[in-house]
Write a protein that binds this ligand. Structure first.
Ligand code: SF4
Length: 829
C-alpha cells in the first residue's frame, strides 16, 4: 500500500513568519540588521557560492524553510581554517544545516584520475580552492567548535551518499558513515524537504534533536538497536544451504525473554556468528524482539514498520569486499519508500540507524517548492563575477526529479529515488515566463526543458499497489517493465504549450534522453526532433558491448539503432541537419580491453569522433563502485563463490581504455597498436576502412619483439585475474598514458560534426556519466533535491572533465603527480 506523509506545507508556521520574505537570505550581520533580525533560526553552511535559484540546494532549502516561517541565514564558502566565518551570523536558535554544496567535495576537487582540479564551477570566477576536501566533515567540526551545543544537521549529496560505510575511491579504503566522522547529530539523505520540515517543526517546539530518531530520510546514531523490533540478520552470506528444510532455529519462542534471542543467535550456524550481535549480549541494552536470518525472512509476514535489516558492520565490510558488495546490494534493494525497511550497521560500539527513504513529493508539493520566491541569480555581493554553474542553468527549467533507470554508475537513484516526481505543466510554464520577465540576458531561448532524464516526465508505475511491492533495481532493465507507463503525451503537450509562450523563441532539450523509452512513442520523438534539438542531441549508450552494458544496467545497441532511424527520419522531414552525440564510459567495471576495441570499431563504422572521453569515476555508494571495490557483481545474489569480475583499476589501464574512445587521435596510436598486438587483433592495424589505427611509420616495441623488456604478454595465457587491471603495467601503456594525458584536453563536445558549442551557443563539455550525474545530483538534489536539470549536469560534467594545467604537461609521467597536480593522500593496497 502506498504510504503517505503529511502535506509538505501543512506544518504550523514558526512565529518569525512575521518578518516576511527576504530579498536574499542574509550572508552577513549587516544584511541581518537590514532585515531587522537579531538572530537566525537556522543557518545553512555550504561549499557553494550562494545562488538564489531552484537549481542550487542551499536556495531550495533556505527558501523552503523561510516559507515555514524560519529566519534562515547562509554561510557560503567559509574559510574553514578558523571558526570566524562560522560565527559571522551568530549562533542559530535551532540548528546548523551543513552541506558540501551541489557536488561531493572530492568529486569537485579531483578528476577521475585523481588529479587536483584548479577550478570550481560553483565559485565566483570559477576559481578553485574555496572548499576543503570532505567539506561536510570539516564544516561540521568548525560549527561544533564555534557553538558546542548547537545541533548540527548534515545533508546534500556528499552526506547522502556516505550515509553508511562506503568505499572511498580517493583513499582507496572503506570509510565510516560520515555521520560518525562529522560529529553531527543527524544526517538527511535524498530530497530533504519533508525531513527538514518535520525536524525544524519538532525542534522549534522544544523537542531535543537526540529524541528525533525516526524521521524518514534521516540517519541517526544509536547506542543499541531499540527493543520491540524484529531484526532481519543480513550480516552473512554464507548461510547453510537447503535452509527451507530447517525449522527456524533462531526464532524466539518465548518473546518475553529477549536475552534468549542473542543466545540462540550466537550459538547457531557455523559458529561464526557476526560480531554485530555483540551489542545484543549487553544486558542493559534494549533488545530486538527476535532475530530472523535473512534467508528466512520471506517465510513469514514481517511488518516493515517494526523490522530492521542488520547490515554487516563497518569493521567487516572494510576488510571483506564481498560483504561490502552484499551490503551495497541490500541497501539498493531497500530503496523503495513504500516497502523499504530500516537498516542498521554497527560501527565499533555505535549503531548507524538508517530510517526508510522519504516519501516522494506529490505534484502540488514539488510545484510549491519550485514556486518559492527565488531571485534566480547569485547574491549581489559577488557583483558581476561569473559563476560557471549558474551560467549553465540560468535559462533552463527542471521539470521533475528522480530516475527509474537505475544505471549502476549513477547516483541519482540513490539520492532522488526511483519514483518520478513531476511538476505540473502550469508550474513549469510559469517558471518559463519568470525567466522571460526576470532573468537578465534572456534572448528568447530556454536552453533546457528537462531533468535527470529528458523524458521521464510523469512516467511511473501504472499501479500504486504494484509499485509499493516492487524491489526491482530498474524499471527499464533488462527490459522495460510491462507495468511502466511509457506514454510521453504529458511531455509532448508540455513542449507544445511551452513553445506558445509569448517572447520565447526556442525551447531546447539538452538533458540526456532515455532513447529506449522514447522509441515507444513516435509522436514524442517527432515533436522532440522537429522542434527541440539545437543541432545536437545528447544520448548516452555508455557502451556498445553487452559485457559492460550488463554491469551498467543499460540497454543494448538495438534500441540506439532504432532511435537513430527515427531521429534521422524526423530530422529529414523537418528539413534539419541534426546529429546525435553519443556518450560513452571507458574503464567501467566489467569492461575488457576487447570491449573497448569493439567500441572504438563501432565509433569508426559510424563515423563518430569523440573529442572527450569519460573514464568511470567510482563515486560513493553506487553499485558500480561496489563492483569496482569488490570485483564482484552485486546485481546478483552474492556468495563467497561468486565469480570475480573484470575491473580496470590502474591509472595506466584506465587511460588506455580512455585512449580507445579517441582511437583517431594520433597521440593514442602507439598504445592502441601495442594493445592490438597484445590481444591478437593485429588485423585492425592499417589504413583500411575496417581498421582502427594506421600502421606505424616506425616499428613499435611490440613489433620489434619486446621480450627484451619483458613487457609482452601472450594474451592466450591470460586468465581472468590477469585481466584485472590491477595486474597490468606495461611500458607501452605508460607511454600511452602519457600520450593520453597530453591529448586529453577534453575539448568541448564530441562527434565528427561537433562544433564544440551547444545549442545555447556556449562551449559545451557536457557529459553524462556516473560522476557527472552524481555531482550534478548534488547540484540539484543535494540536500535537497531540487533541480536535477540537464544543464546543471552539463555544468558539473564540465567540471569533472576539465583539463587541469598539469594534465596538459607533456613532461608529466602518468600516475605521478607533479608540482601542479596534487592527489589526495591514498593508501594503496
Ligand atoms: S513493477 Fe515495473 S514499473 Fe512498477 S515499479 Fe516495479 S519495475 Fe517499475
Amino acid at each position: 500500500m502506498k504510504i503517505t506523509a503529511p502535506e509538505l506545507f501543512s506544518y504550523p508556521k514558526y512565529w518569525a513568519e512575521c518578518y516576511g520574505t527576504a530579498p536574499f537570505l542574509p550572508t552577513s550581520r549587516a544584511e541581518m540588521d537590514e532585515l531587522g533580525w537579531d538572530s537566525c533560526d537556522i543557518i545553512i553552511v555550504t561549499g557553494d557560492a550562494y545562488v538564489d535559484h531552484p537549481s542550487f540546494g542551499m536556495a531550495v532549502l533556505g527558501r523552503f524553510l523561510e516559507s515555514q516561517g524560519f529566519r534562515v541565514g547562509i554561510i557560503d564558502q567559509p574559510n574553514w581554517k578558523s571558526t570566524n566565518d562560522f560565527m559571522e551570523l551568530g549562533e542559530p536558535n535551532l540548528f546548523f544545516g551543513v552541506t558540501a554544496g551541489n557536488m561531493d567535495s572530492m568529486i569537485n576537487r579531483y578528476t577521475a584520475d585523481l588529479r587536483l582540479r584548479h577550478d570550481d564551477h560553483y565559485t565566483p570566477h570559477g576559481k578553485g580552492g574555496k572548499r576543503p576536501d570532505r567539506a561536510v566533515i570539516v564544516y561540521s567540526q568548525r560549527c561544533r567548535e564555534a557553538y558546542k551545543s548547537t545541533p548540527i544537521v548534515i545533508g546534500g549529496i556528499e552526506a547522502s551518499l556516505r550515509r553508511i560505510a562506503q568505499y572511498d575511491y580517493w583513499s582507496d579504503q572503506v570509510r565510516r558513515s560520515v555521520l560518525i566522522d562529522s560529529g553531527a547529530d543527524i544526517l538527511m539523505y535524498g530530497n530533504a524537504e519533508r525531513a527538514l520540515a518535520e525536524l525544524a517543526n519538532e525542534i522549534s517546539i522544544g523537542r531535543d534533536i537526540k529524541d528525533l530518531t525516526s524521521i524518514r530520510g534521516t540517519v541517526v546514531i544509536r547506542d543499541a538497536a531499540p527493543g520491540g523490533w524484529v531484526e532481519v540478520d543480513s550480516t552473512r552470506i554464507d548461510w547453510p544451504g537447503n535452509i527451507d528444510k530447517i525449522s527456524n532455529p533462531y526464532e524466539m519462542t518465548d518473546t518475553s525473554d529477549p536475552s534468549k534471542c542473542s543466545k540462540k543467535s550466537d550459538n547457531e550456524g557455523d559458529g561464526n556468528a557476526s560480531d554485530d550481535s555483540s551489542a545484543l549480549v549487553d544486558d542493559d541494552a534494549p533488545k530486538p524482539l527476535r532475530i530472523v536470518p535473512m534467508p528466512l525472512q520471506g517465510k513469514e509476514k514481517l511488518d516493515p514498520a517494526t523490522t530492521y535489516i542488520r547490515l554487516p558492520s563497518f569493521e567487516k565490510v572494510s576488510k571483506n569486499p564481498i560483504l561490502y558488495a552484499h551490503a551495497s546490494r541490500v541497501l539498493h534493494l531497500e530503496a523503495n519508500p513504500n516497502n523499504a525497511r530500516t537498516l542498521i550497521q554497527k560501527h565499533g560500539t555505535k549503531e548507524i540507524w538508517v530510517n526508510p527513504p522519504p516519501i516522494p513529493l506529490e505534484t502540488e508539493e514539488i510545484d510549491g517548492v519550485f514556486d518559492l520566491t527565488y531571485q534566480r541569480k547569485p547574491h549581489p555581493k559577488y557583483n558581476d563575477a561569473k559563476i560557471p554553474a549558474f551560467d549553465m542553468i540560468r535559462f533552463s527549467v527542471n521539470i521533475m526529479r528522480g530516475c527509474f533507470g537505475g544505471c549502476t554508475f549513477c547516483s541519482i537513484t540513490e539520492h532522488e529515488g526511483r519514483v518520478i516526481q513531476s511538476r505540473s505543466q502550469e508550474s513549469v510554464l510559469k517558471e518559463i515566463e519568470n525567466i522571460r520577465d526576470k532573468t537578465p540576458g534572456f534572448t528568447g531561448t530556454i536552453s533546457d526543458l528537462g531533468g535527470p532524464t529528458a523524458n521521464m516526465y510523469h512516467l511511473n508505475c501504472k499501479d500504486d499497489t504494484i509499485q509499493s511491492h516492487c524491489r526491482k533495481l530498474s524499471c527499464v532493465y533488462p527490459v522495460i517493465c510491462s507495468n511502466l507507463v511509457t506514454d510521453h503525451s504529458q511531455t509532448t503537450s508540455l513542449y507544445r504549450r511551452a513553445r506558445e509562450i509569448k517572447g520565447v523563441k526556442r525551447i531546447l532539450v539538452a538533458s540526456g534522453l532515455r532513447y529506449d523509452l522514447a522509441v515507444l512513442d513516435h509522436e514524442y520523438v517527432q515533436e522532440l526532433v522537429s522542434h527541440h534539438v539545437g543541432g545536437y542531441l545528447k544520448i548516452a549508450p555508455e557502451h556498445t558491448e553487452d559485457g559492460p552494458l550488463s554491469k551498467m544496467m543499460k540497454p543494448g545497441m538495438g534500441a540506439f539503432d532504432e532511435f537513430k532511424v527515427l531521429f534521422d527520419k524526423f530530422s529529414k522531414s523537418a528539413n534539419k541537419k541534426q546529429y546525435l552525440i553519443p556518450y560513452f564510459i571507458a574503464a567501467h567495471p566489467g569492461c575488457e580491453d576487447e570491449d573497448m576495441v569493439n567500441l572504438a570499431l563501432w565509433l569508426k563504422r559510424n563515423k563518430l569522433r569523440v573529442d572527450q572521453g569519460q573514464t568511470f569515476y567510482p563515486s560513493p555508494m553506487s553499485l558500480a563502485t561496489a563492483m569496482y571495490y569488490s570485483e564482484r557483481n552485486p546485481l546478483e545474489k552474492l556468495s563467497y563463490k561468486s565469480e570475480k569480475m573484470v575491473v580496470t583499476k590502474t591509472l595506466e589501464q584506465r587511460q588506455l581504455h580512455k585512449a580507445l574512445l579517441r582511437y583517431h587521435d594520433p597521440d593514442n596510436a602507439n598504445v592502441i597498436r601495442d594493445l592490438l598486438h597484445t590481444i591478437n587483433r593485429r588485423e585492425l592495424i592499417g589504413d583500411g576502412p575496417n581498421q582502427l589505427v594506421a600502421a606505424p611509420s616506425r616499428p613499435t616495441r611490440n613489433e620489434r619483439g619486446q621480450t627484451q623488456h619483458g613487457s609482452h604478454r601472450d594474451s592466450s595465457n591470460r586468465n581472468s585475474s590477469d585481466r584485472s587491471s590491477s595486474n597490468r603495467n606495461s611500458a607501452g601503456r605508460t607511454n600511452a598514458n602519457r600520450n593520453n594525458a597530453n591529448g586529453d584536453s577534453n575539448r568541448a563536445n564530441s562527434s565528427n560534426h561537433s562544433s564544440g558549442r551547444n545549442s545555447s551557443g556556449k562551449n559545451s563539455t557536457s557529459r553524462t556519466s556516473a560522476n557527472n550525474r552524481s555531482a550534478n545530483s548534488s547540484a540539484n538534489g543535494s540536500n535537497n533535491n531540487s533541480a536535477q536539470n540537464a544543464n546543471n549536469r552539463s555544468a558539473t560534467s564540465n567540471s569533472s572533465n576539465r583539463t587541469s594545467p598539469g594534465r596538459n604537461n607533456p613532461n608529466r609521467k602518468a600516475g605521478k603527480p607533479d608540482s601542479q597536480n596534487r592527489r589526495p593522500p591514498r593508501k594503496r593496497k
